[in-house]
Design a protein around this ligand. Structure first.
Ligand SMILES: *Cc1c(COP(=O)(O)O)cnc(C)c1O
Length: 400
């Protein structure tokens, strides 16, 4: 019996299939055919969670005090650890009672924030390419996305001057993210000052995703939105433990910033979930308190991989700038080849999984993203296969 009379809600039909889910199917099929896949597709760090964090979690799991529902707003000690970390990193003072909220990963919070603040028909400014939650979240809420197209000639920075005044006037929120996934671009502090001024002028809720706060190299230090005077009046910033601490599976993130906005998200969430298992909040506290030497190790790991891969790809004809942050390389497709076709042909000819740029919205067309989530041995194997598969970059030669 068909059940075509049970139709999903309209908000579901606004969502095309999540590209990473589709990539998973293709990977499964390639594995069935016996291909030894080198998966550089997802932003899923490859190492184990630091031992002190695992140990803290193990001990906390044995404590029955952690076995009940956690407090809705997160444990007091995790919130305190978040605000202390903020003070240490950025010199920004936050109130653990109202300006910090633990999340079940930042993806959850980014999407639910849209549910809490966006009405159907509201205009939301979101870059393209972007991390999908930045435009899918507002789309689920019924928002109208106004795409801010990021371009290489602007170093992948949002061009605020290209936003028409009429659009800025009606915009309710703006999502953005530097260091950037997928382009690996970084934004200077002046850009943050400009975007805060823009959001204040047009009364726009500013949502910054600082997922790659710590994955930066060559003495580059990412800026926090909340370092900018006046930002806390109109903005919030999302963080995750997934990337820096190899904790993607644990589902721990947090949001900080304007207390009314944080409170709105909290009100929604008290009706949806009970927050993070208290034992994992204890573990997350431990992660935020790890000595800096741990961070230096992580940074060195990704920097070495970046150098290895950028140099190796250069030998194959791909000139990719050395990225100052994130765990990604943003690689142009050969001229005239779409990102999906290119990612598919790379997968079929070499068993290497890369993410087609259009997974990040139409602005990602013409590029693929390579995640540096394998060690240099494996990356070397990937370069060998690209060479043998003759997947080299041949820039268009001018017609004579
Ligand atoms: C990986 C990633 C996230 C997801 O973080 P979780 O806390 O694991 O949900 C959020 N934003 C960006 C930009 C990311 O790259």
């Amino acid at each position: 019996m068909t059940i075509d009379w049970i139709q999903p809600a309209k908000r579901l039909s606004a969502l095309p299939p999540y590209v990473f889910a589709r990539l998973d199917e293709l990977k499964a099929r390639a594995r069935e055919q016996g291909l030894d896949l080198i998966d550089l597709g997802m932003g899923n760090p490859d190492g184990p969670t630091p031992e002190p964090v695992v140990e803290a979690a193990t001990n906390a799991i044995r404590d029955a005090a952690n076995h009940g529902y956690p407090p809705f707003e997160g444990t007091a000690s995790f919130r305190q650890a978040i605000t202390s970390w903020y003070h240490r990193r950025y010199g920004v003072d936050l109130d653990p009672e109202g300006e910090a909220l633990p999340l079940l990963g930042s993806k959850e919070g980014l999407t639910h924030l849209a549910m809490a603040y966006i009405n159907p028909g509201d205009t939301v400014l979101a870059p393209t390419p972007a991390y999908p939650a930045h435009f899918r979240g507002p789309a689920i809420a019924g928002g109208q996305i106004y795409h801010l197209v990021l371009k290489p000639e602007n170093d992948w920075l949002i061009d605020l001057s290209a936003i028409p005044d009429t659009v800025a006037e009606r915009a309710k929120a703006l999502y953005f993210n530097y260091p950037n996934n997928p382009t690996a671009a970084t934004a200077p502090r002046e850009f943050f000052e400009d975007i805060v001024a823009f959001a204040r002028k047009h009364e726009i809720l500013l949502v910054h995703d600082l997922c790659y706060a710590e994955l930066a190299f060559d003495n580059y230090h990412p800026t926090s939105l909340l370092e900018i005077p006046g930002a806390k009046d109109i903005g919030v910033e999302f963080h995750t433990l997934s990337k820096t601490y190899n904790m993607a599976g644990w589902r721990v993130g947090f949001v900080v910033g304007n207390r009314h906005i944080v409170q709105g998200l909290r009100t929604l969430k008290t009706n949806l979930d009970y927050g993070i298992f208290a034992a994992l909040q204890t573990a997350a506290e431990t992660a935020l308190q790890l000595p800096d030497v741990y961070l230096h190790e992580v940074q060195a790991r990704y920097r070495i991989r970046r150098d290895f891969m950028v140099n190796g790809l250069a030998a194959l004809g791909w000139e990719i700038p050395k990225t100052k942050a994130t765990m990604y390389l943003w690689v142009p497709c050969p001229p005239g080849v779409s990102s999906t076709d290119f990612a598919l042909s790379v997968l079929q000819q070499t068993g290497i999984v890369v993410t087609p740029g259009n997974a990040f919205g139409p602005g990602g067309e013409g590029y693929v993203r390579i995640s540096l989530i394998a060690n240099c041995d494996r990356l070397g194997e990937a370069l060998d296969r690209l060479r043998r598969g003759e997947i080299c970059y041949e820039p268009e030669t001018a017609e004579v």
